[in-house]
Design a protein around this ligand. Structure first.
Ligand SMILES: Cc1cc2nc3c(=O)[nH]c(=O)nc-3n(C[C@H](O)[C@H](O)[C@H](O)COP(=O)(O)OP(=O)(O)OC[C@H]3O[C@@H](n4cnc5c(N)ncnc54)[C@H](O)[C@@H]3O)c2cc1C
Length: 381
């Protein structure tokens, strides 16, 4: 058993952390207060390789492992949690395209994605269904050399900034999960319209709804074979759920570090407040719990790198990780006293931002169903 990261991975962590703290953290609150999309940071993150993590070298990416992607997202989250949505989507789209799409489709979309010239979205959820994703109603009907797509997609992260989406639609509506296909849909064509949500967090990133009214895409836009989309998306979630655990971990670790500094200098009853076990024990507990989360997530990504099963482990990262990190950040907010509740410190924003990831990519209930199925067998769970 070898827990050591390689020398390159340690160097990568160090340079990403310093980039996150020096270049991202100072403007983290700005994007929240203005609701502005952090467009100026996209090419910078592209230069750092943050969008190239699942793009093959022949399409402008790098030779990164799944674990490398996890190490990256964890460090970037220390500076700006919300930029990690861009990395997450780039990993999702890069992984699904490079594994299942034609080389031509990959070349068109992955090169600009890796460079940070574009952002991409993932469109699965619909107004009537999220957890029960096999029930989507958006339909793609074959018409000559094209597919014509009609329907509504909700909760689309990065919708306003995205140039294209990996979109899931029914190509055989009577077949449930076995009738879903994946498409690459450019987001600037005729028949498309969008509305934006007013979210409690991740405000610069902006989620929204996408309406498709007879949107025509070439049949070559299909990702992989017809009706294979559901298994593709589930296999990709097995990866992004571990990334989400690490993204939340990065935000919680940074908050913990800031809180340690705060409680050592804040005085009450003639001594630093850190001298009270009521203050130091929650910090110690948080440290221990975050360490457990880190190794669960790293191991899940290591299993994926090794080509070993990791569906249950990925669900564990997602079931426990975001909620644990939100709890840690809330405790840290309390340890800042009334200042923690103000916008003077990043802790209140991190709390709002992290909460969304408890729901995104599958709720804790759905994750527990997956874990239980693996423990008990499908017929008993
Ligand atoms: C910040 C954020 C970003 C997102 N980004 C995207 C994106 O980019 N693209 C995209 O497609 N989607 C995105 N989503 C949507 C997300 O994937 C869904 O919200 C999620 O899967 C839950 O679906 P739902 O909201 O429809 O809830 P529902 O499925 O309606 O569930 C409602 C509640 O019932 C519970 N529930 C449902 N079924 C069961 C069951 N069988 N047993 C126990 N409890 C159950 C759920 O856990 C939940 O608490 C995002 C969501 C958030 C919050």
């Amino acid at each position: 058993m070898d827990f050591a990261l390689t020398e390159e991975q340690v160097l990568m962590q160090d340079s990403l952390k310093s980039f996150a703290l020096n270049e991202l953290l100072p403007k983290y609150a700005h994007w929240d207060r203005t609701g502005q999309f952090p467009a100026e940071l996209w090419p910078k993150l592209g230069e750092m390789g943050a969008f190239a993590l699942r793009v093959p070298e022949e399409h402008g990416g790098g030779a990164y492992s799944y674990l490398d992607a996890g190490l990256t997202i964890e460090q970037i989250a220390k500076g700006d949690f919300n930029l990690c949505y861009g990395i997450l989507n780039a990993c999702f789209c890069g992984d699904i395209l490079s594994r299942f799409a034609s080389p031509a489709l990959c070349e068109t979309w992955l090169r600009p994605l890796a460079a940070g010239d574009i952002a991409m979205c993932v469109c699965l959820t619909e107004p009537h269904c999220g957890s029960d994703a096999a029930s989507i109603r958006t339909c793609a009907v074959r018409d000559g050399d094209d597919y014509v797509i009609t329907g509504e997609k909700s909760s689309v992260t990065l919708l306003m900034a995205g140039s294209a989406a990996v979109l899931f639609a029914k190509t055989d509506p009577d077949k449930g999960a076995r009738g879903v296909s994946a498409f690459l849909v450019p987001l600037d064509g005729p028949g498309l319209s969008k509305t934006r949500y007013a979210d409690m967090g991740a405000r610069g990133i902006v989620r929204g709804s996408l309406f498709l009214d007879n949107v025509r895409v070439p049949a070559t836009s299909m990702i992989g074979p017809e009706n294979a989309g559901f298994s593709q998306v589930m296999a990709t979630f097995d990866y992004t759920r571990a990334l989400i655990g690490l993204m939340c971990l990065g935000a919680a670790e940074q908050t913990l570090e800031e809180t340690v500094g705060y409680v050592k200098q804040r005085q009450a009853f003639g001594q630093p407040v850190s001298k009270n076990q009521g203050v130091s024990f929650p910090l110690a507990e948080a440290k221990a719990r975050l360490e457990m989360l880190r190794w669960l997530c790293y191991r899940t990504l290591w299993l994926r790198d090794a080509g070993l099963p990791h569906t249950a482990e990925a669900a564990m990262c997602k079931a426990e990780g975001p909620a644990l990190c939100a709890d840690v950040i809330r405790d840290c907010m309390v340890l800042h006293g009334h200042y923690g509740y103000t916008q003077d410190y990043p802790v209140e924003q991190r709390y709002r931002d992290v909460l969304g990831q408890i729901i995104a990519d599958g709720t804790p209930q759905i994750m527990k169903m997956i874990i239980a199925r693996h423990m008990l067998g499908r017929e008993f769970a």
